[in-house]
Write a protein that binds this ligand. Structure first.
Ligand code: DHB
Ligand code: FE
Length: 285
């Protein structure tokens, strides 16, 4: 049986990747953000899974805006790093795990989550920045094979928070029903509060982010009860990316152990957060 050993929630702001790629992580403007990652990175380096699943959204780089699926799963051997217009990031392409992907997609479709299957996919900052947050110096390859799980958060109507939480729970069951004894890390990405355009451009809501940061551990049901409109009102039009954290959380046990979290404002226009949870606990009676 496969086992989820940890869940990592992290923002995916593209300038975080650009700062790393350009050697600016120690610059005064960036140091506090990267210092906030250090304890999580150290723990993750000691807990390398056999496979990781990155729950993320594409930003019209790998998928044409005319064809945005609500949910999708990659089944490829390899995922190329996308060129988002400034040349591709100097990070490794991603090795997949088709056998595990096909198990997941079959199990999820059987549970009536009719995912779009990506046999080919170029992954953008929504995917590569979280990998860099986890592993700043990957060398020639990321620490393990990685499977992309895609969520539409950029075209209306996005899936509800409740649907994402339910998908996460089905993902957890799919992982546990895999016959191979492998360990799995699940990343929930995007957020925190931000709005990139329109009358509220630059909007950040630290009170809401603090609530989200706490309840993602202790009361994810409360977050899953929020409507799309309420999320956008509270977190901004791009802050709705936070629904992807609920997929990661749903795949984990009811009770998890917080290893580390940190919050930094602003990374570019965005409130950046990281939260790392250990899933290896006996269940509450
Ligand atoms: C920014 C944040 C995002 O989530 C994104 O996808 C692109 C840009 C930003 O804050 O600059
Ligand atoms: Fe984004």
């Amino acid at each position: 049986m496969a086992e989820v050993i940890w869940g990592l929630a992290t923002s995916h702001v593209p300038s975080i990747g650009a700062a790393m790629d350009r050697g600016k992580a120690d610059d005064p403007a960036w140091k506090a953000l990267f210092d906030g990652y250090a304890p999580a990175r150290a723990w993750l380096a000691e807990h390398r899974p056999d496979v990781a699943i990155v729950v993320y959204n594409d930003h019209a780089n790998g998928i044409d805006l005319d064809f945005v699926p609500t949910f999708g799963l990659g089944t490829a051997e390899r995922y190329e790093v996308a060129d988002e217009g400034f040349g591709r990031r100097p990070v490794p392409d991603v090795v997949g795990d088709p056998e595990f992907s096909f198990h997941l997609v079959e199990s999820l479709v059987d549970e009536e989550f009719d995912l779009t299957v990506f046999q080919e996919l170029h992954v953008d900052h929504g995917f590569t920045v979280p990998l860099s947050v986890w592993t700043p110096d990957p060398g020639d390859s990321w620490p393990c094979p990685v499977i992309p799980l895609l969520v539409n958060v950029i075209q209306y109507p996005q899936p509800t928070a409740a649907r994402c939480f339910a998908l996460g729970k089905a993902l957890g069951r799919a992982i546990r029903s895999y016959p191979k004894d492998i360990t799995v890390g699940v990343l929930g990405t995007g957020g925190m509060s931000h709005q990139l355009a329109g009358a509220r451009a630059g909007f950040i809501n630290p009170d809401f982010d603090a609530l989200w940061m706490e309840k993602i551990e202790t009361d994810p049901d409360a977050l899953a009860g929020m409507s799309r409109e309420e999320l956008i009102r509270q977190a901004g039009s791009e802050g709705i990316e936070l629904i992807m954290w609920l997929i990661m959380r749903g795949a984990m046990n009811e009770q998890v152990t917080r290893i580390h979290s940190d919050y930094f404002v602003p990374a570019s226009n965005t409130a950046a957060g990281i939260a790392l949870f250990d899933n290896r606990l006996p269940q509450r009676a």
